[in-house]
Design a protein around this ligand. Structure first.
Ligand code: PRE
Length: 349
């Protein structure tokens, strides 16, 4: 299904470049064109026409605000052999435009990769939402296979359900984080309690955002304004209840978070936490293995052998130090890393 694929990135910004690197790693041929950003020479085309001539799957990777203009400019260059996908973080508008402008003639599918340059670089799990057009189920199938071959989990959704869900999650995270950022909460987070970790990550995401992303998430999602309003209202209500509380005891009961479960015996509870943690450890090992495969790829490209004894000695020493600093026996931690390293070398051969 993917053997004849020729990918053409229309737009080579931060996301386009990271996505293209992922394609590269899996060996898919790709080209890119961008009026501003520099594309690596081996993949560059002279203009948008040359990109369309040399590709059969066009990935529109431009800010949502310029999507319509780019799509209208692209349309006359396309023929029946082309498929088009977008990567916008909102879906209702772009999917409607693709149905309208590309119609039955050109296969298309809406995509929202829920990952970015940082999550790709860190080998975090990849997830993608697809919004298939009723007109082109076969394009959705092709693009699903493509994402799955990149290691991404894929979910299909109606554009409106996607945007409602993103208004409650993506837009909310950015909205709250932006508010905290404006309050100056991003400084000195070293001593913030673990309960703040998720918010700190959201603040970091907003800070590293290319600028247009925040506006697109809030302004191009038709449900985001109402969701923001709903949040402000519920926070105001909580604030009013807190400030008019005559005494802490009585009024705080309604503020209590409901207890959803039966109290569990202490050992069962601890074991549940251990299970959860081990699950996370395995997910981290899987990500490490992914990075190791990339290291193998990079070494093969310059003809270096898999085994790098110098790096391994340094790595062991550092893990030993980290273990000691955390109050763990360094010899045991190093023994664990010897096994991890053995597994790592296996994925590189
Ligand atoms: O750093 C590298 O060169 C890797 O390939 C990664 C790695 C590792 O798993 O950390 C694996 C094998 C090498 O001998 C050294 C380190």
């Amino acid at each position: 299904m993917l053997q004849d694929i020729q990918i053409g990135f229309l737009g080579y910004g931060r996301f386009g470049a990271a996505f293209a690197a992922l394609m590269d790693e899996r060996g898919y041929p790709w080209r890119a064109w961008d009026p501003v950003a520099a594309v690596p020479e081996a993949h560059a085309t002279a203009d948008a026409d040359a990109l369309v001539t040399s590709s059969n799957l066009i990935v529109i990777a431009v800010p949502v605000s310029s999507f319509e203009t780019v799509l209208r400019d692209l349309r006359p260059k396309l023929s029946a052999r082309h498929r088009v996908m977008d990567v916008c973080s909102v879906k209702q508008g772009p999917c409607k435009l693709m149905d309208e402008i590309l119609g039955t003639d050109i296969g298309h599918v809406g995509c929202h990769p829920l990952f970015g340059p940082l999550s790709i670089a860190r080998a975090e799990p990849l997830r993608t939402v697809l919004c298939p057009s009723e007109l082109h189920p076969e394009t959705a199938r092709l693009v699903r296979v493509l994402f799955e071959s990149l290691g991404s989990e894929v979910r299909e959704q109606e554009p409106s359900s996607h945007d409602r869900y993103m208004a409650l999650t993506h837009a909310m995270a950015f909205f709250i984080a932006r508010g905290l950022l404006d309050l100056g909460v991003d400084k000195d987070l070293h001593w913030a309690p673990p309960s703040f970790a998720a918010l700190a990550a959201s603040i970091a995401a907003v800070r590293s955002d290319a600028g247009h992303l925040f506006n697109a998430i809030q302004l191009e999602n038709p449900y985001a304004a109402a969701t923001r309003q709903g949040l402000i209202e519920s926070l105001t209500l909580i604030d009013q209840r807190l400030s008019k509380a005559p005494d802490h005891g009585a009024s705080m009961t309604e503020m209590n978070i409901p207890d959803f479960g039966q109290p569990t015996p202490a050992l069962r509870e601890v074991r549940e936490h251990i299970d959860e943690l081990d699950h996370e450890l395995i997910a981290l090992l899987q990500r490490r293995s992914e990075l190791s495969a990339r290291a193998g790829h990079a070494k093969r490209a310059v003809g270096s052998p898999v085994l790098d004894p110098g790096r391994e000695v340094e790595l062991m020493r550092q893990r030993g130090d980290w273990a000691e600093q955390s109050g763990l026996p360094s010899d045991v931690v190093q023994a664990i890393f010897r096994q991890i390293m053995a597994m790592s070398r296996r994925v590189q051969v």
